[in-house]
Design a protein around this ligand. Structure first.
Ligand code: LMR
Length: 344
């Protein structure tokens, strides 16, 4: 569990934004102790996913702690906007909190690309060790210049492949159109296996798979289950080849404008729900996998160690391609966290 609360942001996002922020967070001449502070928090996954459950818990605990003073409005399942729009809305103070996949920040910071390197992290525990390390925690501050305050990292789970045909060897993926998140590393990953990557919003996946606009994709069991992707994809490959996790960020000016007791209280609650949510993410994904298997609507294929090794070898050049952008020292920190013997 990693939470880092930064000092006040160096750069204002803009006068216009300040006016908007004061309006949204009830700034102005009223007595702060009588003011209602609204936190609009849109996200794209279903309520039952790790992110959905953790966001709802944050809402409940925040409103219980500050009745009449804090109103958290969580909008799951892309109800309010998709991730692309939420990044822009957060910068302009139209919303106050996001939990967007780390893969979607590469236009703002190249270092988050480390989380997309294929087969870097074998499981969530390895990600947790890296995110709790000095190098990992330092990433929370990468977006200060953009006016975003990184509060925490939330896990979803490990990524699996879905496709219209079995993918046991990398060559099996040749020519398939893969939906990917808006990530250059994931684009390179799919090209490395002979695929044709299509960047697409999360809310468009189901129809794209149903209509054949794309043939394949990658995601976590909890997303595959909760968004019913298993209904429109005949094969899934149990690869754990990558990771989906989130940066929880707030608009820095809004956050710094909150009364100290509210800001500190919300930061305590954020740390509490982060530990709570991250501790149950793996189990939520395993429960989703079992429900997908029980549905008998699709086939889940397990690959042999040799088959997994062939995917790792085919995707390895992606690490080299992005090493300079990410930083070799950060990659080394992630590798040592990944393969550290637990308990030493
Ligand atoms: C995706 O777009 O596949 C993911 O960002 C969805 C999620 O878990 O937020």
């Amino acid at each position: 569990m990693s939470t880092l609360i930064l000092s006040p942001v160096k750069r204002c996002v803009g006068g216009l934004v300040l006016a908007g922020l004061l309006a949204s967070c009830g700034g102005g001449s009223e007595d702060p102790s009588q003011q209602l502070y609204v936190i609009k928090f849109p996200h794209v996954t279903a309520p039952g996913t790790p992110k959905g459950q953790t966001a709802a818990r944050f809402e409940d605990l925040a409103e219980a702690r500050f009745p009449g003073r804090v109103d958290v409005e969580v909008y799951p399942s892309s109800q309010l906007m998709n991730d692309d729009d939420s990044l822009e809305a957060l910068a302009f103070g139209e919303i106050q909190m996001i939990a967007v996949a780390l893969s979607k920040f590469d236009r703002l910071t190249q270092r988050f690309q480390i989380f997309d390197l294929p087969f870097l992290f074998p499981d969530l525990e390895a990600v947790e060790r890296f995110q709790a390390s000095t190098g990992g925690r330092g990433l929370l501050g990468d977006l200060v210049e953009e006016g975003f305050l990184g509060l925490a990292f939330w896990h979803n789970g490990m990524k699996q492949f879905g496709a219209t045909r079995p993918l046991l060897q990398p060559d099996d993926a040749n020519g398939l159109k893969f939906r990917i998140m808006e990530s250059d590393v994931l684009q390179a990953q799919m090209i490395a296996i002979g695929g044709s990557p299509q960047k697409m919003a999360f809310g468009e996946i189901y129809q794209a798979l149903q209509t054949g606009a794309v043939d394949a994709f990658e995601n976590t069991w909890s997303n595959i289950y909760s968004s019913k992707f298993y209904e429109v994809q005949p094969y899934f490959m149990y690869t754990n080849h990558g990771y989906v996790g989130y940066l929880v960020a707030v608009n820095a000016q809004f956050w710094q404008s909150l009364p100290g007791d509210i800001r500190e209280g919300l930061e305590e609650i954020m740390a509490e729900v982060t530990a709570w949510g991250n501790a149950r993410a793996a189990a939520i994904n395993e429960d989703s996998r079992l429900k997908i298997a029980a549905s008998q609507r699709t086939e889940i294929l397990t690959l042999s160690n040799d088959e997994i090794l062939s995917w790792q070898n085919r995707m390895q050049p992606v690490w080299v391609r992005f090493s300079d952008e990410i930083g070799p020292e950060l990659i080394e920190a992630a590798r040592s966290a990944s393969f550290m013997e637990v308990g030493n």
